[in-house]
Design a protein around this ligand. Structure first.
Ligand code: URC
Length: 296
């Protein structure tokens, strides 16, 4: 007869959306979040016996998100995720493990005639910020943060040459090409004593500066791989509380259009016309971690 063991289980509510408004006199600040909480219980009788007596309903988890936002406010998404983890573990003896994922909507304070507005905001999707907090009974929370959908493009200072030249190659060397990608990155903190908003902005700024270089001259990239690695190195150098970072860079191709057949159409300018390709894209990924000696 076969015997079985449940090896991985968690349940919760995903897509709990909330807008938190903090009023400081006439100056209002907002956080719009989407929260996903997942609990793992000590007993599996809900799965095996159909006994619901230990289940903190996913509907109650939704209520908890709203109630704790009202009670504690929402500072950074990371801090709010930790508040939720601690709440479940301290309120329910039989909750063994909690994972809270939060996505932050990219609202920015509006600027009117160069002045920051008291209570108007603009949706500015430069990049989406997200985080995950994980905590076990009697443990300490671990935090990972990240960004996604950061789409960038530069028109020069990128090359791709000297790669494998064999019967399968058709791509010519490209000493000067367009470099465009949609950046996803996630990183792990070695501590929760971090200014999470400052750290997130530092990572975003490092990513943009290694990709772009100085405003007038730019910075040369010999490959997506090398730019990815230099970015991760500078992130670990810039934020000591981060001990691991991973980046995924799809290489969004912009290909030449062959206009050589159109001999009778004159071109007054030496402009470039390229065709953006949706698919396929390259897909370059790597993670960088501190070696033991350099950990905090
Ligand atoms: O930066 C690049 N890395 C690659 O691995 C690769 N492969 C490719 O076709 N173009 C590029 N560009």
């Amino acid at each position: 007869m076969s015997t079985y063991k449940i090896v991985d289980d968690a349940y919760g509510k995903s897509g709990v959306k909330l807008l938190h408004i903090k009023r400081n006199g006439p100056v209002h600040s907002i956080r719009e979040l989407e929260v996903n909480s997942q609990l793992t219980l000590s007993s599996k009788k809900d799965y095996t016996e159909g006994d619901n007596s230990d289940i903190v309903a996913t509907d109650s988890q939704k209520n908890t998100v709203y109630l704790l936002a009202k009670k504690h406010g929402v500072n950074s998404p990371e801090e709010f995720a930790i508040i939720l983890c601690r709440h479940y573990l301290s309120t329910y003896n039989h909750v063994l493990k909690v994972q809270v994922q939060i996505e932050l909507y990219p609202w920015q304070r509006a600027e009117i005639d160069g002045k920051k507005h008291n209570h108007a905001f603009v949706f500015t999707p430069v990049a989406t910020r997200f985080c995950t907090a994980r905590m076990e009974k009697n443990g300490i929370p671990t935090i990972e943060s990240g960004l996604k959908d950061l789409r960038v493009l530069k028109t020069t200072q990128s090359a791709f040459v000297n790669f494998v030249n064999d019967d399968y190659r058709s791509l010519p060397d490209a000493p000067d090409r367009v470099f465009s990608t949609v950046i996803t990155s996630r990183w792990e903190y070695s501590t929760i004593n971090v200014d999470f908003c400052k750290a997130w902005n530092t990572v975003k700024d490092v990513i943009l500066s290694v990709f772009s270089g100085p405003a007038d001259k730019g910075i040369f990239s010999p490959s997506v791989q090398n730019t990815l690695h230099l970015t991760e190195k500078l992130v670990l150098d810039s934020v000591p509380e981060i001990n691991y970072i991973e980046m995924i860079l799809p290489n969004k191709h912009y290909v030449n259009v062959d206009l050589s057949k159109f001999k009778n159409v004159g071109f007054a300018h030496n402009d470039t016309v390229l065709q953006p390709l949706d698919k396929p894209s390259g897909n370059i990924r790597a993670a960088l971690t501190r070696t033991l000696a350099s950990k905090l």
